[in-house]
Design a protein around this ligand. Structure first.
Ligand SMILES: [Zn+2]
Length: 207
């Protein structure tokens, strides 16, 4: 049975196709064309729908692999290489952490990831917005950060956490140590100095 409504082929869709709708002026990213290059990826074929929209994009990676990424991912710059090249690059990136014993590798990477996150990627009230930073060479090369952590006593004890010796200091050499979580709590700022107690100039009741 044929569909009713808009999808009935009454000539309307064909007329619309004749109008050659131009999507390029309405989209955030320029539309891909045959020959457009995204990193190592070259667009080799595009399927258009009856209204001129892109249905499928076919690409070739510099390594020779051909596949069809999602158009949205491609134009947003998320497909700069084929899935095989991506997996290989990610594998090679992980090889840089080979010097860390496997059972501690993820924990060390998380420490670095979280520290950079709360100071820079999404600055939080108690870290980035307070002016706490991560030592620049460590931000640039996280492997160096992990290398330094491994020189500290207690790094291989999963129950210990990283603590900044000087609470107002940064994540930088000579200001880090591994302590138990409760020791780290004692190294906090006094409660009355927490920003949450000073919202709009008012103190919390009872303070
Ligand atoms: Zn490839």
């Amino acid at each position: 049975m044929r569909k009713r409504g808009r999808n009935v082929d009454d000539g309307r869709t064909r007329n619309m196709a004749k109008r050659k709708m131009d999507y390029s002026s309405r989209t955030k990213h320029p539309q891909p064309k045959i020959g457009t290059r995204y990193g190592k990826v070259l667009v080799i074929k595009i399927d258009y729908g009856p209204l001129g929209g892109i249905i499928a994009v076919y690409c070739r990676c510099d390594c020779g692999m051909e596949w069809s990424p999602l158009r949205d991912n491609l134009v947003a710059g998320k497909c700069s290489r084929c899935p095989l090249c991506r997996d290989k690059a990610m594998h090679d990136a992980q090889r840089k952490y080979d010097f860390v014993p496997e059972e501690h590798r993820e924990r060390m990477q998380n420490i670095v990831h979280n520290a950079i996150g709360r100071c820079h990627r999404r600055p939080s009230r108690d870290y980035g917005k307070r002016g706490i930073t991560v030592y620049a060479p460590w931000r640039k090369d996280r492997v160096e950060f992990v290398r330094y952590l491994l020189t500290l006593p207690g790094w291989d004890n999963p129950k210990l956490v990283v603590d900044r010796t000087d609470n107002d200091g940064n994540y930088e050499p000579s200001n880090l140590r591994f302590v138990t979580p409760s020791e780290s709590m004692f190294n906090r700022r006094p409660f009355k100095l927490w920003p949450s107690t000073q919202i709009s100039g008012k103190k919390r009741p009872g303070l």
